[in-house]
Design a protein around this ligand. Structure first.
Ligand code: GLN
Length: 493
């Protein structure tokens, strides 16, 4: 049963369930058992009981979904990869997750992530690092590393994550799956434990583009609980394009040259030739301010994080230091014990950038750069349909190989960070292998162009014919049992 279920994409499993050829309870149990035997440390909590079958007409047909730890899930641990939220069980469920449940996708489990979504390798989790199913000595990318590894390894049919600077697209690329960051505001942020509120956006991580469209369709929507959410202007359609005739693809000089690993660049150029064979035209172009995106991001995101993370004070959620003298020492000891090194670094950077006397020089400047980057994209989309780049400058790297060098780590997001700064949607699809490891191809579009991006991605996906099945061989006995959660530092790092 498990092998039969595992061979299906989520959309295919849903069709078989609706046709009466497969029971949703069997699909759930097959994935639950695989998730519970996870050797990659992709899950921090796995559901226990098989849920009641979804309604016969439920669009997601009972195919279960893995959810990044930072989405609040009622009564279920929601720890955002942090020790400071140890055992936090929220009294409500995030809108994005609730929308999926209402569509008929029950919660399979909570996936490991970098603490508060800060990271590019999943090594900043208090619950231990995640391993890449293509090579367990390497990272899966981050911060949605658990979601990406779970889907790639066939421990979950599909998953959701969040992307602030690249955290859906980069791990999708490093794990050989599809990941999409929607237009800012398309998916409600209500119940997402916040990192940088003007950038955070939830989206799907899936085996293929069809699954991506199906999952996204049931995530989007305006939510009275998130005033920055907007109604998606049309239904997210099932993609069906076979060609790219008449599509103009802009290739920005700044993001497709220096700093990109040779094997990745070679694959990117080969993918461009495939696009041409499908009828697209390739147009060299410029995004003059894109090289400054990382610098602006590493002011803006930490600034917002320093404000968002002020709420973890030992009073309201999770951890409280066991010993203290007075209120102030309770706060400081709780935060010293509860936050990891990267989170502390970001809080210090952000607090500094926002402090009086430095605000204009750093935060104000970064906001100006952000506007320039958005203007660059606006100008670009007057001339091309999509901007395309490699998703990540490199393939999956060795565990521990960049942990001592924050700047080397930050460079992972060189090609993904400009996109959320401009609020735009983008997808990463697997475009082949370099040295036996997956490479991702990024397609960026104008605001609310998700349907067109999905169509283009689908046509390209069919032409590339990427086979991710070899990564689905992994599952083992040493993992949290159903209904149990992992403890901080309990990962097998
Ligand atoms: N890697 C980037 C960071 O560390 C992006 C993270 C994200 O998108 N959540 O901030």
């Amino acid at each position: 049963m498990s092998a039969e279920v595992l061979a299906l994409t989520a959309a295919q499993a849903g069709e078989r369930i609706r046709a009466g050829e497969l029971r949703s309870a069997d699909v759930f149990a097959a994935y639950r058992d695989r998730a519970a035997a996870d050797e990659l440390n992709a899950f921090v909590w796995v559901a226990d009981d098989v849920p009641a079958a979804a309604a016969a007409d439920a669009p997601l047909a009972g195919v279960p979904v893995a959810v990044k730890d930072l989405f609040c899930t009622e009564g279920v641990p929601s720890q955002a990869g942090s020790k400071i939220l140890e055992d936090y069980r929220p009294p409500y469920t995030a809108t994005a997750v609730r929308n999926l449940q209402q569509g008929g996708a029950p919660l399979l489990g909570k996936t490991n992530q970098d603490e508060f979504a800060m990271g590019s390798s999943n090594e900043n989790s208090a619950y231990g690092p995640v391993r890449n199913p293509w090579d367990p000595t390497r990272v899966p990318g981050g911060s949605s590393g658990g979601s990406a590894a779970a889907v790639a390894a066939g421990l979950a049919p599909w998953a959701i994550g969040t992307d602030t600077g690249g955290s859906i697209r980069q791990p999708a690329a490093l794990c050989g799956i599809v990941g999409m960051k929607p237009t800012y505001g398309a998916v409600s942020r209500y119940g997402m434990i916040a990192f940088a509120s003007s950038l955070d956006q939830a989206g799907p991580l899936t085996r293929d583009v069809t699954d991506c469209a199906l999952l996204l369709r049931h995530m989007v929507g305006q939510d009275p609980c998130d005033s920055t959410s907007v109604a998606f202007p049309e239904e997210v359609r099932t993609p069906s394009a076979e060609r790219l005739d008449g599509i103009r693809l802009g290739v920005p000089e700044e993001l497709t040259g220096e700093g990109i690993e040779p094997g990745v660049l070679e694959n990117f150029n080969a993918t461009l030739r495939t696009c041409e064979e499908l009828g697209a035209t390739i147009e060299p172009m410029r995004l003059p301010h894109a090289p400054h995106a990382l610098s602006a991001y590493y002011i803006i995101a930490p600034a917002e994080a320093s404000a968002n993370l002020a709420r973890y004070d030992g009073v309201r959620y999770g951890l409280r230091a066991p010993e203290y003298d007075d209120l102030l020492s309770m706060y400081t000891r709780t935060r010293r014990a509860g936050f990891g090194a990267e989170v502390k670094r970001r809080i210090m950077l952000g607090t500094y950038a926002l402090s009086s006397g430095y605000y204009d020089a750093y935060y104000g400047r970064a906001q100006q750069v952000r506007t320039k980057i958005a203007d660059d994209f606006r100008a670009a989309f007057a001339a091309v349909d999509f901007v395309v780049t490699p998703t990540s400058p490199n393939v999956a790297f060795g565990l521990g190989s960049k942990t001592d060098d924050p700047w080397a780590m930050y460079l992972n997001d060189y090609c993904t960070v400009p996109v959320p700064l401009a609020g735009l949607p983008a997808i990463s699809i697997p475009s082949g292998l370099s040295e036996g490891l997956p490479v991702g191809f990024q397609i960026i579009g104008g605001a609310f162009s998700e349907n067109r991006i999905l169509d283009a991605a689908y046509a390209l996906e069919q032409a590339i014919g990427f086979d991710g099945s070899s990564a689905r061989g992994i599952a083992g006995p040493d993992a949290p049992r159903p209904g149990q959660e992992r403890r901080p530092d309990g990962g097998k790092g």
